[in-house]
Design a binder for this molecule. Structure first.
Ligand code: ATP
Ligand code: MG
Ligand code: FE
Length: 341
């Protein structure tokens, strides 16, 4: 079975082909980051319009790469939510009209289920059950995952998501949009011994987290450096980035260990854009060796939004395929409301 997947929930147009026998056979992505950079954030109307321009050429490129034609498709998966309404509607419209024309079914995929299952696109592939650390631009959650659609939230951020904290902190340090990946690059060369920032809720008895105070702590640190007449030279800025990243990574690692202990599970799966963070990966790999658990990640390129995770999640949910037409999108959609497979 060959599934075409379309992702258009925010500022990335992603299209991919997943074959239930051969695996991922093609994926293409267009990121709108440069377009939105001028405005310092995603402009929803511009995002929708750009998805319209990109989705068909990307789908053609996937079919060409894989040497397949539209007639080979068994179903079309698209991101049904959550995300920007107008942006989601583009993927939903293309998927439904194309499927209608081809006489094949559609599968509405939950964007976070896409992220959550993306580590299954890597080898070795984690077996169920596992603890999932979902760390993206809009979400930071620890989940007990016992199967597809069997997701129990164990804890989550009470305010900013980890990726959001990276982006907002980068902005206040004057880094270009989108700053998260840049901040993490600078952090890698920053002196880890120079500054220490607080670890919010590190020792709270639950698995919840909080990252908005960290951003404020960075602001306070920068202001106190200014007040002391210390120049914000590159080395200082990089050390601030490092202190920020150390604090976030420390919280994510400790809470993940706590979740493993609480559930008695032996596998940890990381998903979402912050899962591309090399310091987080190194810290988790190190903890896994010491504590004897296994840790799994998506391929780096599939951590942030992409079509491959949507095609894959769609292929896993072929049983829930439906006839195209009469579609809506779900800008807000609770992951725990998904049916188990
Ligand atoms: P959601 O999936 O929750 O709706 P999203 O789709 O915007 O949100 P993702 O695409 O999963 O989120 O990830 C984007 C986020 O990942 C951004 O906040 C970005 O700063 C962050 N990110 C990407 N690479 C890195 C990195 N190397 N280190 C830290 N953060 C990173
Ligand atoms: Mg994005
Ligand atoms: Fe995402």
């Amino acid at each position: 079975m060959l599934v075409l997947g379309i992702e258009s929930s925010c500022d990335e147009t992603g299209v991919a082909l997943y074959d239930t026998d051969a695996g991922l056979v093609a994926h293409h992505l267009h990121t709108q980051m440069a377009m939105h950079a001028e405005y310092g954030g995603v402009v929803p109307e511009l995002a929708s319009r750009d998805h319209i321009r990109r989705v068909v050429p990307l789908a053609r490129a996937c079919l060409a790469d894989a040497g397949r034609s539209l007639a080979d498709l068994s179903a079309i998966a698209f991101t049904e939510g959550p995300g920007l309404g107008g942006a989601l509607l583009v993927g939903a419209s293309v998927a439904n009209s194309l499927a209608f024309g081809l006489g094949i079914p559609v599968i509405g995929v939950h964007h976070l289920e896409g992220h959550l299952l993306s580590p299954l696109l890597a080898t070795p592939r984690p077996a169920f059950p596992f603890v999932a650390l979902l760390v993206s631009g809009g979400h930071t959650q620890l989940m007990a995952v016992r199967g597809i659609g069997d997701y129990e939230i164990l804890g989550e951020t009470l305010d900013d998501a980890a990726g959001e904290a990276f982006d907002k902190t980068a902005k206040l340090l004057g880094l270009d949009y989108p700053g998260g990946p840049t901040l993490s690059r600078l952090a890698m060369r920053g002196d880890p011994a120079r500054f220490t920032l607080p670890r919010p809720m590190l020792n709270s008895p639950d698995l919840d987290m909080s990252f908005s105070g960290l951003k404020t702590a960075v602001l306070t640190l920068v202001k106190s450096l200014e007040a002391d007449g210390q120049p914000m030279d590159d080395a200082t800025r990089d050390a601030v980035c490092r202190a920020f990243q150390e604090a976030i990574v420390d919280v994510l690692v400790k809470k993940s260990l706590k979740a493993l202990k609480q559930t008695g599970m032996k596998r940890l799966v990381v998903a979402g854009g912050v899962g591309a963070n090399l310091q987080l990966r190194a810290a988790l790999d190190d903890a896994a060796k010491r504590r004897r658990f296994e840790v799994f990640y998506p391929p780096i390129a599939l951590c942030t939004d992409n079509g491959a995770m949507i095609a894959f999640a769609g292929a896993m949910r072929l049983a829930h395929a439906r006839a195209p037409g009469g579609y809506t999108v779900k800008p807000r959609w609770d992951l725990s409301s998904l049916p188990a497979l």
